[in-house]
Design a protein around this ligand. Structure first.
Ligand SMILES: [Zn+2]
Length: 431
């Protein structure tokens, strides 16, 4: 990647380099600086472009791309019960595959190189993500069924998917256990998930304390605070990646810190579904909790653009605390890169442009009007968070492989995917 106007390294000094290049060898970053090409190098001219680490989306449901715009402006319970769940009951593997392809297309287009997903028909999702060439941690969502055989089947499905991921031998894909939430999974399922994760050295991907209603229901059922309850049953540990975590008390935040729980903060989804309140992210930092950013599914967002999520994150915290300094651009970019990598335990390999790390990289086109001017080195990061959007992404690279160059997809066929999504929607949504 030759002569980038700017390289936002996200290294420990948070250096921003001017007129520099990056050499990639076998999927890793090999050299950074003022480089001259070797004879065997494949040279990409990066003048008038900014190079940044690929963005990491720590919480989404890719196949829900099919539901984008299907049901907006509703309260969470009504949204789920009347709109989303009836549609989800009709989903089959083929539909989830098409939804995941569409989601992969959008991620590639908007500079996300790695994500964490939970959904149904995950073998089909894995097939789509494999074709797209993205990096992902995938978990089949588990919900307790009214009868024991249904619940057993969910567990069997999870173990079957684990085997499937092993058989694929795709180094970009990994497995997580996905108990949906403490209000849809009982103690037995939660502890089963904990034990499988321990045995398989995997993450536990779960929604925790998303809405006030969830907390109120817990208290009504005599279980007390959600996070305290999860600790009491022995569920919380450093394998848990807790999406949302909006309704936590200060002592629960400290508990997360003590137990090593990681958080996927999804402010756009929380605002759209009016979860109320804002996740106590500054307190989480104080308690040493790694906090990544997530879009959540495209039905509650309505997109997968992490630039949009970065900007919203900064704005919602500034506004809710009456303090424009509470969350600066550098801190927000950290959440979308390095802290996202920490959330999935990959901080040694991902999240920054440093020698030895995997080459998950994104180029933005600085000729786009909304990225002009860039005043100086010190403003580049805030330009990324406040001025940029996903449509400024010009090139997306994962593990040294080009997924998109000059806004042209290299692996996915946009036209064909649009057509296939159309036929899935025709089968899915009653006319
Ligand atoms: Zn979610």
């Amino acid at each position: 990647m030759k002569d980038c106007d700017w390289i936002v390294t996200q290294d420990p000094q948070r250096q921003v380099l001017r007129d520099s290049s990056v050499r990639i060898t076998e999927g890793r970053i090999d050299e950074i600086g003022k480089l001259q090409p070797n004879a065997k190098d494949n040279v990409f001219d990066c003048k008038r472009k900014a190079l940044i680490p690929g963005l990491i989306n720590t919480h989404t449901h890719l196949s829900m791309s099919l539901f984008r715009g299907y049901a907006d402006d509703l309260e969470l319970r009504e949204w789920l019960e009347k709109k989303i769940w009836p549609l989800e009951a009709r989903l089959d593997g083929e539909m989830c595959y098409h939804g995941a392809l569409l989601g992969s297309l959008e991620m590639t287009r908007t500079g996300t190189t790695c994500f964490v997903d939970m959904y149904f028909h995950m073998e089909d999702v894995a097939r789509a993500v494999g074709e797209a060439g993205l990096r992902a941690t995938l978990s089949p969502g588990m919900i307790d069924k009214p009868d024991k055989s249904g619940t057993d089947l969910e567990r069997k499905n999870t173990l079957k998917f684990l085997e499937h991921i092993r058989r694929l031998r795709n180094p970009l894909l990994s497995f997580a256990v996905g108990p949906h939430a403490p209000y849809t999974c009982g103690e037995e399922t939660l502890l089963w998930a904990r034990d499988v994760a321990e045995k398989e050295d995997a993450l536990v991907n779960i929604h925790i304390a998303e809405t006030r209603r969830e907390q109120a229901q817990f208290e009504k059922d005599g279980k007390g605070r959600v996070a305290d309850y999860l600790d009491k049953i022995g569920f919380l540990n450093n394998r848990v990646l807790a999406a949302h975590s909006v309704w936590l008390t200060k002592s629960e935040v400290k508990l997360f810190g003590k137990k090593g729980v990681r958080v996927a903060h999804c402010p756009v989804s929380n605002m759209k579904l009016a979860s109320g309140g804002t996740a106590p992210v500054p307190e989480m930092w104080e308690a040493g909790v790694p906090v990544g950013l997530g879009t959540d599914g495209p039905a509650s967002n309505n997109g997968l653009d992490m630039f949009d999520t970065m900007k919203m994150t900064a704005l919602v915290h500034k506004n809710s605390r009456w303090d424009p300094t509470i969350m600066n651009a550098q801190r927000v970019l950290d959440m979308a890169t390095l802290d996202g990598a920490r959330c999935i335990g990959r901080e040694k390999e991902l999240g920054s442009v440093e020698i030895g790390k995997r080459a998950d990289l994104v180029l933005l086109d600085l000729r786009d009007p909304n990225l002009i001017p860039i005043h100086r080195k010190e403003t580049v990061v805030s330009d990324l968070v406040y001025s940029a959007n996903g449509q400024n992404v010009d090139t997306t690279i994962v593990d040294g492989k080009l997924l998109m160059i000059n806004r042209k997809f290299q692996k996915l066929d946009q036209e064909k995917i649009a057509e296939e999504v159309g036929s899935s929607i025709a089968r899915l949504v009653p006319q």
